[in-house]
Design a protein around this ligand. Structure first.
Ligand SMILES: [Cu+2]
Length: 212
């Protein structure tokens, strides 16, 4: 049913065979994902009608994370818009110190009672942090946010392979709709894309997908 090269290359369906391959594949259980992702997918697949929609390219979803400082001060929003290939992230924040700030998706969908509730980085591949890391990076690693002198930052970028709208799938192997949700964190210092410590403390947090 699947074109032969799919078994060798995870994303081979993008370059191999006709587009209808995915729709024609009646078995949604992806053989290509690493074991933990496959297990999560197997658990989620039965319950969610979204998986089938992914394969039809119909998923449209968006969510907005309300960004707050530790004292509850509103510092704007970070929005997430699902596409068939990943998520468009749109940042519109204010009231932050000027300079470049580390920005990451964290693993747990909670910012309260303090930002440590957000857990570590979203890292479903159990890789190392940083775009420079050999064997890296975390799926939650994002580009630094450059805050202007007036305390605002506007940015828009794309995160491939990510879904906010359903369980992991072949097309979108990283899901934020997992058992503990996900959040997004603006850090106090600049991510050197090599070490976790470079980003400093947790300055502003917003929930993307709430912890159930
Ligand atoms: Cu972080």
């Amino acid at each position: 049913m699947m074109c032969p090269c799919v078994t060798e290359r995870p994303y081979a369906d993008r370059t191999c065979g006709p587009d209808r391959t995915r729709q024609d594949n009646g078995d949604p259980n992806m053989k290509l994902l690493p074991r933990p992702a496959l297990a999560a997918l197997a658990m989620a697949a039965a319950a969610s009608p979204l998986l089938a929609d992914h394969h039809e390219g119909k998923v449209e979803a968006a969510t907005v994370a309300a960004m707050k400082l530790a004292d509850g001060t509103d510092v704007g929003t970070i929005s997430f818009t699902q596409t068939g290939h990943g998520v468009v992230v749109t940042v519109a924040v204010k009231g932050l110190p000027a300079g470049k700030h580390g920005l990451h998706i964290h693993a747990v969908g909670a910012c309260a009672p303090d930002f440590m509730a957000a857990g570590g980085h979203f890292n479903p591949g159990s890789t190392e942090h940083g775009f420079h890391a050999p064997g890296g990076y975390h799926a939650g690693d994002l580009p630094n946010l450059d805050v202007a002198a007036d305390g605002t930052a506007m940015a828009e970028f794309f995160v491939p392979d990510l879904t906010i709208a359903g369980p992991a799938s072949e097309a979108l192997p990283y899901s934020l709709s997992d058992e503990d949700g996900a959040s997004i964190m603006i850090h106090a210092a600049t991510d050197d894309y090599k070490t976790m410590a470079s980003s400093g403390g947790r300055q502003a947090c917003g929930v993307i997908v709430a912890k159930p």
